[in-house]
Design a protein around this ligand. Structure first.
Ligand code: SF4
Ligand code: SF4
Length: 231
């Protein structure tokens, strides 16, 4: 089994609901709180597993805003695991989830330097590394209804931009979506083989620009009528 996420960049509206739901679940779940620094101070900051980046692409009038949610990609060949000197970072054989053993982590930051996706954050309060766990404490929890055994970000996304599933199953919704929409990995050339995939924005129909600035039919009719009145 290889569990991960598919994120549809065509429908993500950049609302940050996934990041907030992630923060809420992981501040109250069993994997340890995500710290907030000076939550009521002038410059509150804290640890987040999921962050949304916003990019403006293309030239006007063909430009477009792309909202890009990013968290741990649960890479197949995760260098964050290889470089960890204490064995705190590990990849589970049974489902491919990459985790950090909080008891073994010494907060040396090697894994965050190795991760090209900026997925790891040092929690200054605990002195350990934190990252997305795919809500491992939720997806296997048999006390909650089966349809809710999904990562908090997936459950909360109002645009249904996020999907969770098994990439080893060719018939799963995530595998089908990647096949049908030509989903891609982020920075595949680095060789980490991330499990998470993105679905590209659909092509927008071209906006005709050749007649811009020229009078339309209504304008031409008005000019013609004015000429008639003046005679
Ligand atoms: S909740 Fe959904 S739509 Fe909102 S930012 Fe996250 S992925 Fe995008
Ligand atoms: S995204 Fe970064 S932290 Fe997550 S498995 Fe890949 S290298 Fe490790």
């Amino acid at each position: 089994m290889r569990l991960g996420l598919v994120i549809d960049l065509d429908v993500c509206v950049g609302c940050h609901a996934c990041a907030i739901a992630c923060k809420q679940w992981n501040a109250s779940g069993t994997t340890g709180p995500l710290s907030d620094y000076q939550p009521y101070g002038a410059e509150p900051s804290g640890v987040w597993f999921n962050r949304i980046r916003h990019f403006e692409v293309g030239e006007y009038p063909h430009n477009k805003t792309i909202n890009f949610p990013m968290s741990c990609m649960h890479c197949e060949d995760a260098a964050c695991v290889t470089v960890c000197p204490t064995g705190a970072s590990y990849k589970r054989a049974e489902d491919g989830i990459v985790l950090v053993d909080q008891d073994k982590c010494m907060g040396c930051n090697y894994c965050s330097w190795a991760c090209p996706y900026g997925a790891r954050e040092l929690d200054r309060a605990s002195g350990t590394m934190k990252k997305c766990t795919l809500c491992v404490d939720r997806i296997y929890d048999e006390t909650i209804p089966i349809e809710e055994r999904q990562p908090a970000c997936v459950l909360t996304c109002p645009a249904h931009a996020r999907m969770f599933g098994d990439f080893d199953d060719p018939d799963s919704a995530v595998s089908r979506a990647v096949r049908e929409r030509e989903g891609y990995q982020l920075l595949p050339e680095l060789g980490y083989n991330p499990t998470n995939h993105y679905l590209p924005p659909r092509k927008a129909p071209p906006i005709p620009t050749e007649n811009l600035g020229q009078p339309g039919f209504k304008e031409r009719l008005k000019t013609f009528a004015n000429k008639l009145v003046k005679r």
